[in-house]
Write a protein that binds this ligand. Structure first.
Ligand code: ARG
Length: 570
């Protein structure tokens, strides 16, 4: 709640006798600012008040008296439209941003609480597909968003580092592998070996037998199998870490599926003792038909444990280790059933903390490929994004040079990286995560339209103005001069950061922040198209510079929350 929504809800709560928090949820921003700055629809009150909504609106409006922040409350059919005293709101918002800087918009709601964000979680030797990329982008952003609300954030990478594919990789590596290649390009080489295994096994099915034997050895702790697996894992993790670092991402733990392996026997015994695990055609399952779910398969006929079994152990481990308040699994929608089963099994086990867990699912990416074809390696996406961004920037460079001077070669690389990666991130996060994302290199890299570069450029514009300003930015200023519609629109949006952040965390939906940032950038550009900042009357320039400083600060906070780099020039 900010001061405005607070003032509105206090007034309404007095008038209609509902708790202020309740009323606050109903407050909206009208689509057309001519109707009002904020609005409250009275439909939901009709039942309680036994009156037509438009009559309620009229009645409530009659009792309104202008205050420090609210100047008007007018009934418009079933709506109550409120107007804010522009000058007062400008003063509150801009002063606050100026004094709090990057701290602006934080809130303490997560203080003392721990949130675990599990994301990315690729599988060793298998492709890093676009689903993993989406998980990486969404998960990283959710971590940043929660951090701004004061949560302790633990970032987990649940690596796919166990399972029968390792039998295949060991078989393949022993036949066709090269230790040198493994050292030089671990992810690529392991994938080559794994792929070759599958193509050769088509005509030589006995290879599958060999792979099964290797995996059995691995599960039994055979030293050669263990050693190869250990090396594959270690060297892959190193390479993953380098890639994540390039993206500005780090994890607190890379404990993947293998980590839980030696807890499974105890888990399975415990479930058997409690009579939760029943035998079915030689396998062991937990029936879930009472909950309209297919049975959870925990132990196969050959006693091999499964993905789900490891996830149960992982959840217990994490709860005991971190006593989390929230555990977020950022995994694609195809695994929905898996997580429904997981959460239900935990409930059946009596773990009522399963309610703290949430599967943050997401849709597909349509049309993403690189010059090398379908995405298999994260590195390819990164390389292509940076190269393409370099070209886009160079093409733009022509007309910009005069204005910002030639950007040195080294800085260009940094900019290209920020722009290329930012374009991918923004394109991913601007859509609600459950929806599919359309991907098109040219469109996402354009400086116009709903793109990452467009938003980064809004920040750059602010920096440019502030660089050219010869005075110092100060607050207070004469807030009354910031009274145009464009200025007020911008100020109103700046005032919403806290609420936007809280909502994004509550819904686990970074798109809330992405769209807010886009609208902020559009509002800023709308303002700059109609008004001049520098070279106006001193009082006007001084006030507008403060506004630009506010916009710059909030844009930069948003960029960071989304996991995009903040540029001063581009
Ligand atoms: N490695 C899995 C995959 O690529 C994702 C892991 C998701 N997390 C989990 N706890 N199951 O499909």
């Amino acid at each position: 709640m900010n001061e405005v929504t607070q003032a509105i809800s206090e007034f309404l709560s007095r008038e209609i006798g509902l708790p202020a928090e309740e009323v606050e949820k109903g407050i909206e921003v009208p689509r057309d600012p001519r109707w009002g700055d904020y609005a409250f629809p009275c439909f939901s009150l009709a039942k309680v008040k036994r009156k037509a909504p438009h009559l309620i609106a009229q009645e409530v409006a009659r009792n309104f008296h202008p205050g420090a922040l609210l100047t008007e409350c007018t009934p418009e059919s079933a709506y109550l439209n409120f107007r804010i005293r522009r000058e007062s709101w400008a003063a509150i918002v801009l002063k606050r941003i100026f004094s709090e800087g990057e701290e602006y918009g934080r809130s303490p709601e997560g203080q003392g609480k721990t949130v675990l964000v599990e994301f990315s979680s690729p599988n060793i030797a298998k492709p890093f597909h676009v689903g993993h990329l989406r998980s990486t982008i969404i998960g990283h952003s959710l971590g940043e968003i929660h951090a701004r609300l004061g949560y302790r954030v633990i970032r987990l990478n649940h690596l796919g580092d166990w399972g029968k594919q390792f039998g295949e990789v060991i078989t393949g590596f022993k036949r066709w592998g090269s230790p040198q290649e493994l050292e030089a390009h671990p992810l690529k080489h392991l994938f080559e070996v794994y792929s070759r295994f599958h193509s050769e096994a088509e005509s030589r099915p006995e290879l599958h037998e060999e792979a099964r034997a290797w995996f059995r050895k691995l599960e039994e702790g055979d030293s050669e199998a263990r050693q190869l697996w250990g090396r594959f894992r270690e060297i892959s993790v190193e390479e993953f870490k380098r890639l994540y670092q390039f993206l500005g991402i780090s994890f607190d733990s890379y404990d993947g599926e293998s980590f839980y392996q030696d807890r499974l026997a105890e888990l399975v015994d415990r479930l058997r003792d409690r009579g939760l695990l029943v035998e079915s055609q030689g396998a062991w399952i937990i029936p879930l038909e009472a909950y309209s779910l297919p049975p959870a398969l925990l132990l196969k006929k050959d006693e091999a444990t499964l993905y789900l079994t490891r996830d149960i152990a992982a959840a217990e481990y994490r709860f005991h280790r971190w006593n989390f308040d929230k555990l977020i699994y950022v995994v694609g929608a195809p695994q929905k059933l898996h997580f429904q089963q997981l959460f239900k099994v935990l409930e059946v086990m009596g773990h009522d903390w399963n309610r703290r867990m949430v599967h943050v699912e997401f849709g597909h990416v349509l049309g993403m490929s690189t010059r090398r074809g379908e995405v298999v390696f994260l590195q390819d996406v990164i390389d292509e994004a940076v190269q393409r961004a370099e070209r886009v920037i160079e093409e733009r460079g022509e007309d910009k040079e005069a204005r910002i001077g030639k950007i040195p070669e080294g800085e260009r690389k940094t900019i290209a990286r920020a722009v290329g990666l930012g374009a991918i991130v923004f394109n991913d996060l601007r859509t609600r995560r459950a929806k599919d994302v359309e991907f098109d290199w040219d469109r996402i890299l354009a400086f116009e339209g709903a793109t990452g570069p467009y938003c980064q450029n809004a920040h750059v514009r602010c920096c440019g103005i502030l660089r050219k300003f010869s005075g110092t930015v100060t607050a207070p200023v004469d807030y009354a001069v910031l009274s145009s519609d464009e200025e007020f629109d911008l100020i109103k949006r700046l005032g919403e950061l806290g609420e936007v952040t809280r909502r994004a965390a509550g819904e686990n939906e970074p798109s809330g922040v992405a769209n807010y940032m886009l609208e902020l950038a559009m509002s800023l550009n709308g303002f700059l198209a109609r008004h001049r900042v520098l070279g106006e009357e001193p009082a006007v320039t001084q006030a507008r510079v403060l506004l630009i400083h506010g916009a710059k600060t909030v844009l930069s906070i948003c960029l960071r929350m989304l996991g995009m780099e903040v540029l001063e020039r581009m």
